[in-house]
Design a protein. Structure first.
Length: 282
């Protein structure tokens, strides 16, 4: 994920910068890298420690992107190309650098795939509606196949959340193996009844057999119902991290997104992220 964007002038001074994540970079290293870009007069890519740098000289300035070490070089180059196109336009229209920085967000975002699995009727689609800030469904309509949605109005750092809501019926299970690959997070949803939680253990076994790469997080949904198992009990039964949720409660939206943030904390070694890295956009 890109966590910083810098514009460096011809004297290797930082003109303006934008920070997308709670992680620090060594500005001396940034300036030294920009100097090497200027000397080479061409696109340059380097990894220093756990930070990847990619830079491009452009007329009166140099654009530098800083990203996590796991980012693919090709994806960074593609984003740099989009950023530099916008930078050229800003220069040609003699706009301020601050104007450019206000527009750069859309070019550096990364899609975060969150797969949502579970048996039918446990509230998977309601969780998607909750994340989107929409009204909960008034009746149960089973998902057919798979429903893919970009979560509007919320971003974690430069991650845009994209949910893959998988149908829970038996006849659609064959889709799971083919489509949940490259998920950063897998939400495994239960309705917090003992019967459903014990059934859900089969899905845990399936995911482990498939070697799913993303973190599996259990959601003990429907916590408002009488007799709902508490999240710590569900966690003990399933053997994975579990959070309680009431997806029909709009007030739980921040909590749901915070669960995604917490998963990123555990799987990405960037240190503690602050709550204000979750941006609710107008």
């Amino acid at each position: 994920m890109i966590h910083h964007v810098f514009i460096i002038d011809a004297r290797d001074e930082i003109v303006v910068q934008k920070k997308f994540w709670i992680i620090d970079v060594n500005t001396i290293e940034v300036q030294n890298f920009a100097s090497r870009v200027k000397d080479a007069q061409s696109l340059l890519f380097e990894q220093i420690g756990e930070t990847k740098y990619v830079g491009q000289p452009l007329g009166r300035g140099i654009v530098v992107l800083c990203a996590e070490y796991v980012d693919e070089e090709g994806a960074l180059m593609e984003k740099l190309e989009k950023v530099t196109e916008e930078f050229r336009r800003v220069i040609s229209y003699d706009e301020e650098y601050e104007d450019f920085m206000r527009k750069v967000d859309k070019y550096v975002t990364t899609k975060l795939k969150v797969s949502i699995l579970g048996y039918g009727g446990v509230g998977k689609t309601t969780i998607v509606q909750l994340l989107n800030g929409g009204e909960p469904p008034q009746s149960y309509i089973p998902t057919i196949g798979i429903d893919i949605q970009k979560i509007e109005g919320a971003r974690i750092g430069t991650y845009e959340i994209v949910t893959w809501d998988f149908a829970g019926q038996e006849r659609f299970r064959k889709l799971w193996k083919a489509l949940f690959s490259r998920s950063r997070i897998v939400f495994l949803v239960t309705d917090s009844t003992l019967e459903n939680v014990l059934q859900t253990k089969d899905i845990i076994s399936f995911l482990q057999q498939q070697g799913v790469s993303g973190e599996i997080v259990a959601i003990a949904n429907k916590q408002d119902l009488r007799g709902a198992l508490q999240p710590h009990l569900v966690q003990r039964l399933l053997g994975v991290k579990c959070y309680g949720l009431t997806a029909i409660n709009p007030n739980d939206r921040t909590k749901a997104i915070d669960i995604i943030r917490a998963s990123l904390e555990r799987t990405v070694d960037w240190g503690k992220m602050e709550i204000d890295t979750i941006d609710f956009l107008p």
